[in-house]
Design a protein around this ligand. Sequence first.
Ligand SMILES: Cc1cc2nc3c(=O)[nH]c(=O)nc-3n(C[C@H](O)[C@H](O)[C@H](O)COP(=O)(O)OP(=O)(O)OC[C@H]3O[C@@H](n4cnc5c(N)ncnc54)[C@H](O)[C@@H]3O)c2cc1C
Length: 503
Amino acid sequence: MKTTENYVADITIEEAKNKTITNQEIVDKLIEIVGKDHVETDQKEREKNSIDTFRKWQKAQESYTRPIPEAIVKVHTAEEVSRILVFADQNGINVVPRTGNSGIEQGLESARKLYILVDGSEMNTVINIDTENMQVTAQAGTSLEELENHLRKMGYTTGHSPQSKPAAQLGGLVATRSIGQLSTLYGGIEDMIVGLEAVLPTGEVIRIKNVPRRAAGPDIRHIFVGNEGAIAFITEVTVKLFSYLPENSQYMIWQFETLEKGWKMLREVMVAGYKPAVARVYDAGDASIHSFSKGVEDKHILMFSTEGNALISEATAKGIKEIVAQDAEFKEMDNQVMIDWLNNLNWDHQRINEEIAEFGRTGHVGYTTEISAGWSEIHAIFEAVVARVMKEVPNMDGIGGHSSHSYINGTNIYFVYGYQVKSDDPEDEVTKYHHLVNKIIVEETLKRGGSMCHHHGIGKARAPYVKDEYESSFIVLKKLMQAFDPNNTMNAGTIIPIPFYEE
Ligand SMILES: Cc1cc2nc3c(=O)[nH]c(=O)nc-3n(C[C@H](O)[C@H](O)[C@H](O)COP(=O)(O)OP(=O)(O)OC[C@H]3O[C@@H](n4cnc5c(N)ncnc54)[C@H](O)[C@@H]3O)c2cc1C
């Protein structure tokens, strides 16, 4: 390959659909690009990698109903990615990008039969830790946890701390518009990202430079942040750095009786202008299953942490305590309960797999769905969803939720639910239970002006509702995606279902 400009797709969506190519031809071409050692063709491996953890039940049963990739190809450079995407684009092969493999919204399964899984997890070089300009550049397959551990030893942090930190990698974190536990202070990934490199399905490798701010037209970083592999393959990411000062952290936790007061207390703190790191409310049902090991007596939980600069952390903690003290219903607890909870919060692949194995043994499965809405609507959404799910979905073990990310104008709810699967057909778990719960959550949220998706991405799970989410602005999303991916080569059916894309 001389230049990436050589690789420009010259095929229409119709032509791509009508092309026929054999598995052997696909594998041969991939081997030509990346070498034999980086192309996985084993049937069992391909089956196992045909779904993500949206289908925990199928994983537990080892029963796979989705299309199986023609091959799993490990990439190492933007140039390899470019050549693969152009090959796929010109031959009607769907491309599912992957890095950390912790996605949970059907983003890692294919909506087309003919597809390849392009895995960037070996693109894991930390390219530049620039402590003068307070930013770090790393390849898309860099593990967030490994990067964080390294940075913390140097006295820095990215401030990004999703529960999946041990499993997720930079490319996927950017592609899904992820958010971490410390978001009230550091923001979501969209606030952290400075610049990036990505490859378009037509083969161009594009780079968005690293600057403190720009007003040179629209901010095109946001075409790639949250693209869920449906516009481009992200190969490199630059995010901000902050000072890591754990000695200044403070932790505060209360239990209380009236859930509605919990959202109100979060609002008071946000409106007063404080920026805690953690700011959360757990309803009693969720609190009982969410690792609060001691001292939680069937009550709702409110908690905050503060960190960073000593004076700011101290003042923030003092201000929050003054606000909460105004309502005697909130009873302060030993903050060790919160520290223990925090220490047990993160999930690596081993823990994810152990949970799946347990689901397989018991027949009881658990999932989450996250939404956001304004303060005025959040309690009504919670109540309506809980009531409807318990009434309309069969064999529910329960549903609860928590708010984990708050803003001046509203918050999120992370619904946590479980049910017993009573069917031998592995598809039933998705269609009769999981999709039904999602549908109720989406309906009740959209009805009240919220967003059906706070941070996991739309994937394919919530794609059917994308027009309702975007309303009159759907045309902007569709034109944007079609402009960069006219043949719908990139993760077809993710964000926009194939029929909407092509109509
Ligand atoms: C136990 C658990 C806890 C979680 N906690 C959180 C949380 O606190 N906050 C949060 O935001 N999310 C959370 N998630 C969801 C998930 O971890 C995030 O969505 C994460 O950002 C996915 O990153 P990944 O590297 O694993 O991506 P993958 O799972 O590999 O991919 C996810 C999606 O991104 C696309 N993608 C991946 N890599 C690229 C790339 N290089 N270029 C373009 N597209 C790409 C894929 O096609 C797919 O659609 C959690 C998941 C689990 C299982």
